[in-house]
Write a protein that binds this ligand. Structure first.
Ligand SMILES: NC(=O)C1=CN([C@@H]2O[C@H](COP(=O)(O)OP(=O)(O)OC[C@H]3O[C@@H](n4cnc5c(N)ncnc54)[C@H](OP(=O)(O)O)[C@@H]3O)[C@@H](O)[C@H]2O)C=CC1
Length: 376
């Protein structure tokens, strides 16, 4: 089957179009094979292309290190998929061949820039009926990440979110655009922080206040607003030093960041020391902020079919919409990576050579959400 793979880590030159990759087989009874109609790229694909997280992800792929090299490469990137179930393992009763589904595949598994992908049944959900495959593929990874941060870690849900004050830092990105919509769907007051050219989009998505972080000191702009119940930080860095002061004290208010050193620690220090360093960092920060009356948490993407079911309901009821900007063909995957790189790192974008289009697949880019999808 045709796939885009890498055989080593690096920049765009490591992407290789493989016409004849072996068809993925079901290895466990709870797995399904999905024919990929659309896939998308997220910042994690760019990072994984360069080897980010390889230590932890390889440990998950091959815990006993029996065949490390073989299990690592060739590696297919791409986490999101919208497509059609082709085959089901013996214990899968929820899905059948022909079902239209969507999913986000965890990063330790082979990705979705391919004709077929294997997922566990519990990672898969029925695609929202109102979305095309291309639209649907834009949401699972960012949606589940935002859901993990806001609901699983932050403890907010449809019942307790009404009237709460949410601050979303990095609101114009893939995770941010979803988070703004989720907050509004659950009745919160949402303040979105992004650059000014995204302010119209933010208003369209329902944000109550939009703050431009490039027009003056952000901390000063936010300090004059009433305190918040919840902060989602998609930016990290220096923001963390002052953002927790914007929370209400001793009221259960929570700051959740998605920018954590968890995988980097393991890449840098090895598995054991990396985990130890991570434990010390999170423990000391949690304690320090608890003493000041606020909660400090890290959140991570979590694959989950049942959460995607809930997201599908919100999408089908019109409360959450995909944000799509640009379409690429499957043959243009390297070009799409370059665009993502350009968006993420503000590098100069240049067209690259286009391999033959075998699948008539299209790729979508969200300039605001930094996402790319493929469609067959
Ligand atoms: N822990 C985990 O499991 C996961 C972590 N992440 C991380 O979460 C972050 C967000 O992901 P994603 O939304 O996909 O990324 P995107 O690249 O789509 O979005 C990032 C956004 O941040 C905005 N931004 C940059 N600097 C600032 C700033 N100083 N203040 C406010 N906004 C800023 C940019 O907005 P603008 O264009 O308006 O300037 C951009 O749109 C990334 O760092 C990613 O690595 C994501 C998924 C899972």
């Amino acid at each position: 089957m045709p796939s885009w793979v890498i055989d080593r880590y690096g920049r765009n030159e490591v992407l290789r179009f493989a016409r004849n990759m072996a068809l993925p087989a079901i290895r466990f009874p709870n797995e399904v094979v999905i024919k990929v109609h659309a896939a998308s790229l997220n910042p994690i694909d760019l990072s994984m292309r360069s080897g980010y997280g390889a230590t932890a992800l390889n440990m998950k792929r091959d815990p006993l290190k029996l065949n490390s090299e073989e299990n690592e490469f060739p590696l297919t990137l791409g986490r999101d998929v919208s497509g059609v179930v082709m085959e089901c393992g013996l214990s899968v009763s929820y899905f059948k061949p022909g079902d239209e589904v969507w999913a986000a595949i965890p990063p330790w598994k082979q990705g979705t820039l391919s004709e077929f992908v294997v997922a566990s049944g519990n990672e898969v959900s029925f695609k929202p009926k109102c979305l095309s495959h291309t639209e649907a593929a834009s949401l699972p990874y960012v949606g589940l990440t935002a859901w993990s941060a806001i609901n699983k870690v932050g403890g907010l849900n449809q019942k307790n979110c009404g009237g709460k004050r949410l601050l979303i830092l990095g609101a114009s990105g893939g995770v941010g655009t979803f988070a703004v919509q989720l907050g509004k769907a659950w009745g919160a007051h949402v303040t979105a922080v992004c650059s000014s050219d995204a302010s119209t989009l933010m208003k369209e998505l329902g944000a109550d206040d939009v703050i431009d972080y490039k027009s003056g000191n952000l901390e000063e702009q936010l300090k004059i607003l009433p305190l918040f119940d919840f902060i989602l930080d998609n930016v990290g860095g220096a923001t963390e030093k002052w953002a927790l002061d914007l929370l209400k004290k001793w009221s259960g208010a929570t700051y959740v960041t998605l920018v954590t050193p968890f995988l980097i620690n393991m890449d840098r220090l090895g598995v054991a020391d990396g985990m130890l360093q991570t434990g010390v960092t999170i423990g000391s920060k949690t304690l320090k902020h608890l003493c000041k009356g606020v909660h400090y948490r890290w959140a991570f993407f979590m694959p989950s079919g049942p959460c995607l079911d809930e997201i599908a309901e919100l999408v089908n009821s019109g409360k959450i919409q995909p944000v799509i900007d640009q379409v690429f063909s499957f043959s243009e995957v390297p070009k799409a990576f370059l665009k993502l790189e350009y968006i993420t790192f503000w590098l100069l974008y240049k067209n690259c050579s286009s391999p033959i289009d075998l699948l008539t697949i299209s790729l979508y880019i969200h300039t605001r959400g930094s996402q790319i999808c493929t469609v067959g």
